[in-house]
Design a protein. Structure first.
Length: 429
């Protein structure tokens, strides 16, 4: 019967738990535990004592729990059977993980399905040696890095798939942008995996997602990248997809010899006809293109100062207040039916004041709440000329040009109707 004199283990960093091969021990046997280790004694499948760094002698003084199970004498040498396990408490920071097969994820921003691969590394430390041995190691004589990666592969693959998918959906981040959020995603996955490892006596020191990539040859990804490149090109040049399609349509019509307008349309293609690419020339050819396909056109004027669209019959621009004119052609007095000429403020036959509808310009009776010609609902009147302004949010009256916004006389800050002091400069009102 062998009686062990000295028990020690100087293993490599990849070994997390190692069982001493001999089970025949004796009192006064020396157990040497290194600084980065813990030793656990088992008797009959039960963990008895956990020994920290240092030199330990198997005696009743040093191992009191063992003395209850084994009749250790106070002197002399007595053999007994027990197991000695050494558990490494080093920080293992370079344990690799990865997805062996792609994860199918729907891009929350663009809606495409794409295969995603991810990989990284994490670090652990065995915090509770007895729980680690009982729940994970069992009867194996050695537990190393390969065993750890094999046992927890299913865990981090499931957690990685769930964490990446939920993070993309909740944050609404595209697959093509995910690498900008690797730090946040790493912390998110660490919080998901940490409680599971803690149940086995393991502390998750850190968890890193080093890369999330999409295969370049995937058709959906290639199509998405081509579309994004096209959009970037359009943004740089200064036109939209609808404008490009309009241009292609006009180009097709111009090159069709059976179209009567092909000559005129071909002459205007290079100048941006109908797509707004040629400034004033493009606008001119846009009008020509509309004439080739006649339809109802709104009779609107263009403000010469700010280029805003002004409804027909308006004398002032509702955006900048620029004077434009008065009543348009075809407007009749609501009292006598006489036709009102452009520029008049009163009917030349009966003298009734011209009260135009803010939408169609028709003369309205005083106090009317709805236009009888176009059905426009009328709102508050202009404080200067009494014009019914309807529901439009204009800053100036389209008839007299008066400001419809209360402003501070000192700094021109917009004010509320009940304000007594300017909130910007403090001017008393």
């Amino acid at each position: 019967m062998a009686i062990v004199e000295v028990v020690k283990y100087n293993g490599g960093a990849d070994v997390f738990a190692w069982k001493y091969p001999e089970e025949e021990l004796g009192t006064w046997t020396q157990l040497i535990v290194n600084e980065s280790q813990q030793a656990v004694l088992f008797k009959g499948g039960q963990a008895l004592d956990i020994l920290g760094p240092g030199r330990h002698t198997l005696s009743t003084a040093n191992i009191p729990i063992l003395s209850h199970l084994v009749n250790l004498p106070f002197d002399g040498r007595s053999p007994f059977t027990a197991e000695v396990w050494y558990v490494s408490r080093l920080h293992a920071l370079d344990i690799k993980w990865g997805t062996p097969t792609p994860i199918q994820i729907q891009d929350p921003k663009y809606g495409i399905f794409a295969p995603v691969r991810s990989f990284g590394q994490f670090g652990i430390k065995v915090e509770q040696a007895d729980r680690f041995l009982i729940k994970l190691v069992g009867a194996m004589p050695l537990f190393d890095r390969d065993h750890l990666q094999k046992y927890f592969r299913g865990l981090y693959l499931t957690k990685a798939k769930d964490a990446i998918s939920s993070y993309l959906v909740h944050k609404k981040i595209s697959l093509l942008e995910i690498n900008a959020y690797l730090d946040e995603l790493s912390e998110h996955m660490k919080r998901r995996i940490e409680p599971v490892l803690a149940d086995y006596g393991i502390t998750l020191v850190n968890f890193f997602v080093n890369d999330i990539n999409v295969p370049e040859g995937d058709p959906a990804v290639s199509q998405l990248k081509a579309a994004l490149a096209k959009r970037a090109e359009m943004n740089i040049i200064g036109y939209s997809y609808q404008q490009e399609r309009s241009f292609d349509t006009l180009e097709g019509a111009a090159t069709n010899p059976g179209t009567a307008s092909s000559g005129l349309m071909g002459a205007g293609l290079g100048l941006g006809m109908g797509v707004g690419l040629g400034g004033a020339v493009g606008n001119h050819f846009s009008g020509l293109a509309q004439n080739l396909n006649p339809g109802p056109v709104a009779a609107e004027a263009v403000c010469p100062q700010c280029r805003a669209a002004v409804p027909a019959g308006k004398r002032f621009c509702p955006d900048c207040g620029q004077a434009l004119g008065s009543a348009g052609p075809g407007v009749k007095c609501d009292k006598c039916g006489a036709e009102l000429k452009p520029g008049v403020k009163f009917c030349p036959d009966c003298g009734d004041a011209y009260n135009p509808c803010p939408k169609c310009g028709a003369d309205l009776p005083e106090g009317a709440d709805r236009c009888g010609a176009c059905g426009q609902v009328l709102g508050k009147p202009c404080p200067q000329c009494g014009l019914a302004l309807g529901d439009q949010a204009a800053r100036f009256c389209p008839d007299c040009g008066a400001s419809l916004v209360r402003v501070c006389p000192a700094c021109q800050e917009d004010l509320t109707a009940e304000a007594k002091f300017c909130p910007k400069c403090g001017q008393r009102l």
